[in-house]
Design a protein around this ligand. Structure first.
Ligand SMILES: [Zn+2]
Length: 168
C-alpha cells in the first residue's frame, strides 16, 4: 500500500471515529409518539410465571413489568416516573393504563402518566401529593419542599382526549 493511500485511509478512519461518536445512542433523540399501554404491573418473575416461563426468580426479583392483555411482558424503566412501580406495591397487581413510549431497540416502557383502576373499575389518575405544600410528586419520598410524608393520590379521571377512543 502506498503511503498516500495509507494516509488517506487513516484520515478516513478519523472521520469514521468522529461519526461513530456522533451516532452514539443518546437520550437526546426525539421521543417516539406516546401511546396507552394496558395491563397489570407485576414483579417480572410473577409475570413470567403467568405465562408459564420457568426462571430463577431471585435474579429478577427487583424488576417490574407490565403484562398486557395480549400476554406481552414489557419491563418498566425505573426512571422519574416508572420507579414508583418498583417502590410502591400498591401500584402493582392491579389493572393500569400507562401513557408512555418505547424507544426503538429499547425493551423498556418509559412511563409518563399512570392511571390505575380501583375495585369498582373507576379509572384514577395516580400520583403522590403533599397536603401541606399542595404539590404533586411521582415517587415515594419525603416531600421535596417540607420533607413531610406524602400520600398516594387517586383522582377519578378520563384518559387525555388524544387517547380516548374516537366517538362514532
Ligand atoms: Zn410538603
Amino acid at each position: 500500500m502506498c503511503v498516500c493511500l495509507r494516509r488517506f485511509l487513516s484520515s478516513l478512519g478519523v472521520v469514521v471515529a468522529i461519526c461513530a461518536i456522533g451516532a452514539e445512542p443518546s437520550d437526546d433523540r426525539p421521543a417516539p409518539p406516546k401511546q396507552v399501554f394496558h395491563g397489570e404491573v407485576l414483579k417480572t418473575p410473577d409475570a413470567l410465571k403467568r405465562l408459564k416461563v420457568k426462571v430463577y426468580p431471585q435474579e429478577l426479583r427487583e424488576q417490574v413489568a407490565l403484562l398486557t392483555p395480549d400476554n406481552e411482558i414489557i419491563p418498566i424503566l425505573p426512571d422519574w416516573r416508572g420507579r414508583a412501580f418498583y417502590q410502591d406495591e400498591r401500584l402493582r397487581d392491579r389493572k393500569v393504563e400507562l401513557i408512555g413510549y418505547r424507544r426503538p431497540g429499547v425493551p423498556y416502557l418509559q412511563v409518563l402518566m399512570v392511571y390505575t383502576f380501583d375495585k369498582d373499575g373507576t379509572r384514577n389518575y395516580t400520583d403522590y401529593w403533599c397536603d401541606i405544600c399542595a404539590i404533586p410528586m411521582y415517587e415515594i419520598k419525603p416531600c421535596d419542599c417540607c420533607q413531610q410524608e406524602i400520600r398516594l393520590r387517586f383522582q377519578p379521571q378520563e384518559l387525555p382526549a388524544e387517547f380516548r377512543p374516537a366517538q362514532p
